[in-house]
Design a binder for this molecule. Sequence first.
Ligand code: NAD
Ligand code: IPM
Ligand code: MN
Length: 345
Amino acid sequence: MTKKIVTLAGDGIGPEIMAAGLEVLAAVAKKTGFSYEIDDRVFGGAAIDAVGEPLPKDTLEAAKSADAILLAAIGSPKYDTAPVRPEQGLLAIRKELNLFANIRPVRIFEALKHLSPLKEEIIRDVDFVVVRELTGGIYFGEHHLEDDSAQDINAYAAFEIERIVQKAFELAKERKQKVTSIDKQNVLATSKLWRKVADQVAKDYPEVTLEHQLVDSAAMLMITNPSRFDVIVTENLFGDILSDESSVLPGTLGVMPSASHSANGPSLYEPIHGSAPDIAGQNIANPISMILSVAMMLRDSFAEKEAASMIERAVEKTLSAGILTADLGGNAKTSEMTQAIIDNL
Ligand code: NAD
Ligand code: IPM
Ligand code: MN
């Protein structure tokens, strides 16, 4: 059956890397017979410019009825002081589709080891996943801004913690059987509840080890001993910060994909990075984050395992051949790297 994929290219480098991701999807589909149609919609700053809001109703409706959603990136300094920001659209689509489970894998490509600012022996065995809670916490509590005071509410219900921690344990069962739950329970009430619920969930997974870490020392461990992690699970804000920190290990944000799942609706796939306004429009962005997001979509939403693996192998081969964009120290253009990946499929 033909699958419907909604694409949201967004802003900055978004359209450039989306084009790259779709070219690779088309090439792999030709080889495997995967049948799909694309429904492209405006989103983010592009949608504010076109219709005055970052998540127009018809974009949301299309996303809700899709089989999967591909999102490139949104945001621009142009909206820094505007009443409506592209980021509001991103938070709204996550909430509307109930995409509570954000999966951000961290691995080191053999060919890129030398790019990491960390010593090779430290990053050698790095292979972990950040499971970030995506529809709760301080992002979605009330925000109040006055002239001389401000307030953001961080709130979690037990069920929100339970379902994300369960996701982490399910993943760990298929991996190295270890979950690290990260909180700030020495200060925050939400974290005390987080830790209690995590301990309860752990009882249903006797084969998986649960450890707790405080977020400040966990941030340090991610640099000093990153190979100790298997599955990290944490609240929305900590997950945002720690996942960008984790991009230091492979050496660039430009290779990091993600998947966001709900309980039963369509999933959304997007790079973890933003719209990179500093390099937009120059055909120099690294398309790998988007291309690997396409691979995650093929595997998670469509059970197209071979197609996903083909893409991942082609990316490895391309990097090993020394075809590198500027963020990787090379001079390949976005379009050249994309073509090389297609040639290597
Ligand atoms: P960013 O992730 O856009 O960029 C950080 C740095 O990484 C920049 O130097 C950029 O050039 C580089 N970079 C990012 N992706 C790259 C790629 N594919 N290839 C090469 N280099 C890459 O973060 P920022 O500059 O703090 O934010 C820019 C805008 O993006 C902001 O408006 C922010 O809100 C938004 N943002 C959006 C998303 C999203 O769409 N999911 C995520 C993060 C930030
Ligand atoms: C991300 C981004 C978003 C977030 C921003 C753009 C709202 O940084 O996807 O990591 O904080 O979740
Ligand atoms: Mn982020």
